[in-house]
Write a protein that binds this ligand. Structure first.
Ligand code: SF4
Ligand code: SF4
Length: 442
């Protein structure tokens, strides 16, 4: 039965991957949205050509007073003209309208893969309106020419840069305008302070992992809540996992924080296991803090626990298949991280947050155990980690470690032998201190 289930999952993932590739390569995927955007950007234009020329543009014409066809303006996609500009999750597809003097008639968002719960503001009319009337000679500086959206800085600055670069290139190459070079080194505008804090946090996490000290782990978790949770509001999410799978990544200079965090999470998984969950994830840290006020510790039987853990497999499978088939990573945006750290979310986010917090009062890290796609993704990588935690052979089977593990990661095998499940283990090392034989190690 298990064999057939595995086969069905593999077939569904491969098929979804195939559909994803076909959809991604299909040129007409967003045709309808582009046609609607053309009309909004140039309502007075009577006819548009197909995309033509280099860089490619839709040319908009009117019939003038002399009954002649007159070029009124150009519409173009940032992904055609400045594809190197990336937001949080790859290129952001915007359509720009520009008249023949290089004045923007507006921008329309055709498609993006940014996490919706953080960037909902970019779809608001006020945000798009501020580009209307801007000229190719403007600087499009965030905070000066363009108002940002709090907690969506990476996305908004990518939009501003994509608009400026595309407008300048079209102005020069299609309209023959003379525009001075204003290229800036993107690394000069990086905010290095959070990177320094993050390096400190990762160093502290590594030190506490290697020295096996609980007190440092608690300090790491507390720091992560403040830095990764409330300050940078950027914990890893299932949308990130899907974007990595589908190779939709942010520009390195635009989001080095994310690269360091995601790189650390994956590398540490390959070496030891889910160190990210045990030391860095701010949401897991908040749930772990609830241990202090634990109302009542509910202990599920091993059978029930193992079944409940399959819920997160179903969730991850569903969102990965849906994201691949729909070519939209945002279907994976279900975790309540943004509700907690940015206080912005929909009814699903708030309900899941209440469930995660309420559940954790009875079962430690309730959300991590049963519902988190990121934790499962990292857990699946941890199956192949080089230095897994193991219970050594001369174990007396006293089960002290199993009782001490707050996360149900130690399982009793048929015959009574104990095994640490690398998919579930968050590397907290609590079991190590509870083995009277000192029998647990890597
Ligand atoms: S399981 Fe999810 S919420 Fe829990 S610590 Fe890991 S990533 Fe964070
Ligand atoms: S098995 Fe040990 S290290 Fe892993 S989660 Fe349980 S107590 Fe922590």
């Amino acid at each position: 039965m298990k064999k057939y289930l595995k086969l069905a999952i593999i077939i569904s993932l491969v098929s979804a991957g195939g559909i994803h590739i076909v959809r991604r390569l299909a040129p007409d995927e967003d045709k309808q949205r582009e046609q609607a955007a053309l009309k909004r950007l140039f309502p007075q234009v009577q006819s548009f050509t197909e995309k033509t020329g280099q860089p490619p543009c839709y040319e908009g014409y009117i019939i003038n007073d002399q009954a002649q066809k007159e070029l009124k303006g150009l519409c173009f996609l940032t992904t055609d003209v400045a594809p190197e500009v990336k937001g949080y999750a790859g290129p952001i597809k915007l359509m720009l309208g520009m008249d023949t003097k290089g004045i923007l008639t507006g921008i329309e968002i055709i498609k993006h893969h940014e996490t919706p719960s953080y960037v909902w503001g970019i779809e608001e009319p006020w945000f798009k309106e501020q580009f209307k009337g801007k000229s190719v000679y403007d600087a499009f500086r965030l905070g000066e020419d363009i108002d940002g959206i709090s907690r969506a800085t990476v996305t908004v600055s990518a939009i501003a840069e994509g608009v400026r670069k595309s407008a300048v290139r079209i102005g020069r190459e299609r309209l023959g305008l003379e525009i001075a070079e204003t290229e800036e080194n993107p690394w000069l505008s990086v905010d290095y302070l959070p990177l320094i804090y993050l390096s400190g946090l990762l160093g502290m996490a590594l030190a506490s992992l290697l020295l096996k000290t609980q007190s440092w782990r608690i300090v790491s978790l507390g720091t992560a809540i403040v830095l990764v949770g409330f300050y940078h509001t950027d914990p890893l999410s299932s949308v990130n996992l899907i974007n990595i799978l589908t190779y939709r990544l942010p520009g390195l200079a635009r989001n080095p924080f994310w690269y360091i965090l995601a790189g650390f999470a994956i590398l540490s998984c390959l070496l030891w296991g889910r160190v990210y969950c045990g030391f860095i994830c701010p949401f897991g840290a908040v749930l772990e803090l609830l241990e202090i006020v634990k109302a009542y510790r509910l202990k599920l039987s091993q059978r029930l626990e193992q079944r409940a853990k399959y819920i997160k497999y179903i969730i991850l499978w569903l969102i990965v298949v849906a994201a691949l088939v729909l070519n939209n990573a945002n279907v994976g945006d279900y975790e309540p991280f943004s509700a907690l750290f940015t206080q912005a979310g929909n009814w699903l986010d708030w309900s899941l947050l209440a469930l995660a917090i309420g559940g954790s009062l009875f079962i430690p890290r309730f959300f991590c155990r049963y519902l988190c796609g990121v934790g499962l993704g990292l857990g699946l990588i941890s199956k192949y980690s080089l230095k897994q935690l193991e219970i050594k052979e001369n174990c007396r089977k006293c089960q002290n470690c199993k009782s001490a593990c707050p996360y149900g990661a130690i399982e009793v095998q048929p015959g009574g032998a104990l095994n640490i499940n690398p998919v579930e283990c968050i590397q907290c090392h609590i079991c190590l201190n509870n083995c009277p034989q000192g029998n647990i190690g890597r």
